[in-house]
Ligand binder design. Structure first.
Ligand code: GLY
Length: 358
């Protein structure tokens, strides 16, 4: 089954038609040269599939990125730009980002600023990037351990999502994406939440329909607030605390997956939502239990609270020195720009730790 969606200037294709769409584009458009950015994983597992399906891409130039979040540094940005310049990229070239969220963010940022902009296509290869990072036009880099501090909004011409790329993914990578899938349900669609809880975990046979539901929600939200001042911030539920925890663990040289951090963020931010809004207790417990049942415990101790709060100060949603969170007042109903105090954040971290000790 194939799904075609549009978001601003991007055409999104989910399913195996993405190869014929890309082939048609390449045949109809006079690109001077095609560059494919890969990392060691996608070079091995995804590039051969792409080249087998579109043999004209055998003439393209392959550009290598590091793997992992480290690749979104200024140093790797410079490295990718130099590889492209040394291979004579020009403004009529095309860049294909073949990889997970890191490659889509880094490759999208390079494409946006190198020679003042080169057209690009995202071919996301992880569940996380297929349901989120590849769509919506946010591209960027990390700075000194803080995530996505440098970036622009710029749309790929296509997002081509081929779910079978996921068949080679590890169970940890799938688990990581599951936190974002839960997030979509919690902010937008209660029926989807019940469906996910009943599934008890994402399986191969669910990929196509889950990706289509998540991307459908993302397109609806982003089309009403591309620049992320209001509605789009719903997508950030769980992420104020998640980004802080992720930053903390990166700086301690013990990185945890984005999804595991989002799971902690969802628990803590659901707790703050429960404190602040008239939230049904049964639903509150259903969220907490479903998340904690699936995700590993992340060890946080009280001595780290000040550091966590300091990381949250860098969150782009904050304004006038206040912490601005996205919260939920019910399953499927998110509220943006909610002012949250330091004390509420600390009591949510205490709640997480207590729950994990049980
Ligand atoms: N990943 C959140 C957003 O695209 O806004």
């Amino acid at each position: 089954m194939n799904t075609h969606l549009n978001l601003h200037s991007t055409s999104i294709v989910i399913g195996d038609e993405c190869f014929s769409v890309l082939q048609d584009f390449l045949l109809k458009n006079q690109t001077s040269k095609v560059f494919i950015i890969v990392d060691s994983n996608t070079k091995k597992s995804c590039l051969p599939v792409l080249l087998r399906n579109i043999p004209i891409l055998l003439d393209s130039k392959i550009i290598f990125s590091k793997t992992g979040e480290d690749a979104k540094s200024l140093k790797s940005f410079e490295d990718i730009c130099l590889q492209l310049i040394n291979n004579h990229i020009d403004r009529k070239s095309l860049i294909i980002n073949l990889g997970g969220g890191v490659i889509c963010d880094l490759g999208g940022f390079v494409s946006s600023v190198l020679k003042r902009g080169i057209q690009f296509i995202n071919m996301p290869t992880t569940l996380m990037s297929q349901i989120d990072a590849s769509v919506g036009g946010k591209v960027g880099l990390n700075l000194s351990g803080s995530k996505n501090q440098i970036g622009v909004f710029n749309n790929p011409i296509y997002v081509l999502i081929y779910p079978p790329y996921l068949f080679s993914l590890s169970s940890n990578e799938l688990l990581s994406a599951q936190a974002e899938i839960f997030k979509y349900a919690l902010i937008y669609d209660e029926d989807f939440w019940h469906q996910l809880c009943a599934m008890g975990g994402v399986k191969k046979s669910h990929y196509n329909s889950i990706i289509t539901q998540c991307i459908g929600i993302k397109c609806k939200i982003v089309s009403s607030d591309y620049y992320d001042w209001s509605e789009r911030r719903k997508l950030n539920f769980g992420h104020s605390i998640a980004h802080a925890i992720e930053g903390l663990f990166i700086n301690n040289n013990m990185p945890i997956s984005h999804g595991c951090a989002v799971a902690v963020g969802i628990v803590c931010e659901t707790y703050i939502s429960y404190l602040k809004y008239d939230f049904a207790q049964k639903k509150f417990h259903s969220i907490i239990n479903n998340i904690l049942r699936i995700f590993p415990i992340i060890n946080i101790n009280e001595t780290q609270y000040d550091l966590i709060i300091n990381y949250i100060k860098f969150d782009k949603k904050n304004s006038n020195g206040e912490f601005n969170f996205t919260l939920i007042k019910d399953i499927g109903c998110a509220l943006v720009n909610c002012s949250v105090s330091k004390e509420e954040i600390i009591s949510s971290l205490n709640f997480y730790r207590e729950k994990c000790q049980k």
